[in-house]
Design a binder for this molecule. Structure first.
Ligand SMILES: Nc1ncnc2c1ncn2[C@@H]1O[C@H](COP(=O)(O)OP(=O)(O)OP(=O)(O)O)[C@@H](O)[C@H]1O
Ligand SMILES: [Mg+2]
Length: 130
């Protein structure tokens, strides 16, 4: 996953490329991630291993901003993804800034799910052209 995240932003090369700080993610009463802290360096490859339901996919979905963060902070390339600490308070990142950061993040699906009756080009343009 980390190799799909393009370098960018203003973070220095020695700063962590991905940083989870005190991350909390709950679905209703079910708190899946409880104050999760970890960093991934630039160019570092990381594998998430854990039992089913331990939160691996949730971590990836948070990096893709497909899930709303319940607590804490996630930074990619030095940029806050959903929330930032400003004046000692946890504040939502403005949508424009958020979009700028997320355009630099990509993911590759585990299952390719291509239409076998279409060419590569037809598969690629299917969604944007319909
Ligand atoms: N959209 C959702 N709504 C409610 N609960 C969810 C949602 N997504 C995930 N969960 C719950 O969060 C927990 C973590 O799920 P997650 O899919 O991240 O686990 P996982 O480690 O990827 O599991 P697996 O190895 O089976 O893929 C599970 O208890 C799951 O039921
Ligand atoms: Mg999973």
């Amino acid at each position: 996953m980390p190799e799909n995240i393009a370098p960018g932003g203003t973070g220095s090369t020695s700063a962590p490329h991905i940083e989870f700080r005190d991350v909390v993610k709950s679905f209703g009463d079910n708190t899946v991630l409880k104050n999760l802290n970890f960093t991934v360096g630039h160019g570092e490859r990381v594998t998430l291993i854990g039992p089913s339901g331990s939160g691996k996919t949730t971590i990836l979905r948070l990096v893709m901003t497909l899930e709303e963060l319940t607590g804490g902070y996630i930074h990619v390339a030095g940029q806050p993804l959903q929330y930032e600490e400003k004046g000692g308070r946890r504040q939502r990142v403005p949508d424009k800034q958020r979009r700028r950061t997320t355009t630099q993040i990509g993911m590759v699906f585990q299952h390719f799910n291509l239409f076998p009756n279409m060419t590569v080009l037809e598969n690629i343009i299917e969604a944007p052209s319909t």
